[in-house]
Structure formats: C-alpha cells, structure tokens
Design a protein around this ligand. Structure first.
Ligand SMILES: Nc1nc2c(c(=O)[nH]1)N[C@H]1C(S)=C(S)[C@@H](COP(=O)(O)O)O[C@H]1N2
Ligand SMILES: [Mo]
Length: 239
C-alpha cells in the first residue's frame, strides 16, 4: 500500500471507530435515560437541581430563541394535570397582585396587546399537547404595571392566590416574547382546571413552570422559591 492509501485507510478506520464510539455513547445515554424512570415516570437524569444544569441551559438560552409554533390543524386534546393551589372557585373579585404596585384587573390585562400562539405544552412526565393560547405578554404587563426598576431585576416569582404553588423564572424567560399571561385556551376563556382566570403559558419551559391561577407576581435579585425545584426537579426546567 502506498503511504497515502495507508493514511486514507487509517483515517477511515479512525473515523469509523469514532463514529461507532459516538453511536454507542448515544445509545448508552438513551438506554441510561430510558431505564432511569422513577416512580412518577420522570427520567431520573432530569431530576436533581444541579447548579451546573442551570448554567448550561442559561448559556444555550437566548431571549430571541422562539419555541416552535404549529398550525390550527395540529391542535389536539388538552390534558389537565396538577391542581395545587386550585382549591375551590377563583375569587370573583380576583385581581393580579404585583408586588410594590397597584393590583391589576383582568380587564386591564385584556387591554394590553393580545397575543395568540399555537405551541406544544410539555409535561416532564412525558406527555404533551398542542394548543392555542391567548393572552398578554408577561413583558407587556411588567412594563405597564410593575414598579419602576422591576424589569431590571434578575428574577420573577409567581404564585397562586393561596401561595400553595409557586415558580421562579429568570428574567430572560419571563420577558421572552412568547411568555404569556394567558386568559384563553383555544379561543375560549380558561376553565378553572386550566388556571382561570389567568395562568402562565411559557412554551420554552416544561409544564411545571406554567403556573395556573396566578395570584401574585414578584420581582427580585435573589432567586425565588420554586415548588418543584424544592422537590428535587431542575430549577430551570427549560428545553
Ligand atoms: N397552580 C398550579 N399550577 C400548575 C400545577 C399545579 O399543580 N398547580 N401543575 C403544573 C404541571 S406539573 C403541569 S404539567 C401543568 C398542567 O397544565 P394543564 O392542566 O393546563 O394541562 O400545570 C402546571 N401548573
Ligand atoms: Mo407537569
């Protein structure tokens, strides 16, 4: 064999080996995730709020990265999951409490520019559905109704009126153009099960962050408490 041929076959073999190792590693990773489901059907590797995960997904995340949108024909059946903080009917005199500012009525929220998008809602349990959501951008609410300086804070916190369910969002995620304070699902007012009168719809995050029946919004430089992060899930829970 000529030297160049040897070189070519060595390179080919090497790239074949590298490919094989990569494929094996890929399969191994997949196999590891597949076999790591815990009792709730959640892949174990997705559990554990590691600071490293947060840093990694923050590095990948940008305010301009949009979640995929779909056509009306793709809209499927909604599914109800998670009723923490949804006991009873929502208050008839419900207003959104914005810490440090005046309470905001639903009419005031509806007076903000209405945004609709058809996106995929994903629960970490492994199911998902495509749905049309309608509401105001979180960012528009924050700009119009939050106290001055609020949107420069690093974090936003949301909780149910009874404080039983609560989530924290980094600023870029909260202010993301697709992040909605939704009052409509599929063109109809939200039902109680889906978080009437107002819920968070944040398509760059898993379901756990999509808090239903928002009671209060806070802005802070320290990371807000987060219900599922306290129970071992990734604080960021983005994808
Ligand atoms: N208030 C409140 N919001 C919540 C939950 C909850 O238990 N209470 N569960 C979360 C989870 S885990 C999911 S998957 C979604 C489900 O939203 P859906 O019932 O509208 O499909 O709501 C999220 N928001
Ligand atoms: Mo979920």
């Amino acid at each position: 064999m000529k030297a160049t041929d040897q070189e070519i076959s060595r390179r080919t073999r090497r790239s074949f080996l590298t490919g094989g190792i990569a494929a094996a590693a890929g399969f191994g990773t997949w196999y590891w995730i597949r076999n790591s489901f815990d009792d709730n059907g959640i892949p174990r590797p997705l559990r554990r709020a590691e600071e490293a995960d947060d840093v990694f997904s923050r590095a990948l995340f940008s305010e301009t990265r949009l979640a995929k949108t779909f056509d009306a024909a793709d809209i499927g059946e909604a599914r109800v999951n998670g009723k923490i903080g949804l006991d009873g009917e929502p208050n008839s005199d419900w207003k959104l409490i914005v810490e440090g500012a005046s309470p905001v009525s639903l009419d005031q929220i509806k007076a903000l520019p209405k945004v609709e998008h058809i996106t995929q809602f994903k629960c970490i349990e492994g199911w998902n559905y495509i749905m049309k959501w309608g509401g105001a951008r979180f960012s528009d609410l924050a700009r119009a109704h939050a106290p001055s300086g609020a949107i420069e804070k690093r974090w936003a916190g949301l909780e149910t009126p009874d404080g039983e369910y609560y989530v924290g969002l980094d600023r870029a995620s909260a202010m993301h153009p697709q992040t909605l304070l939704a009052y409509e699902m599929n063109g109809l007012p939200l039902t109680n099960d889906h978080g009437a009168p107002l819920r968070l719809m944040i398509p760059v995050k898993y379901g756990i962050k999509n808090l239903k029946r928002i009671g209060k919004i806070t802005f802070s430089d320290s990371r807000p408490r987060d219900y599922w992060a306290e129970n071992g899930y990734d604080y960021d829970s983005g994808f």
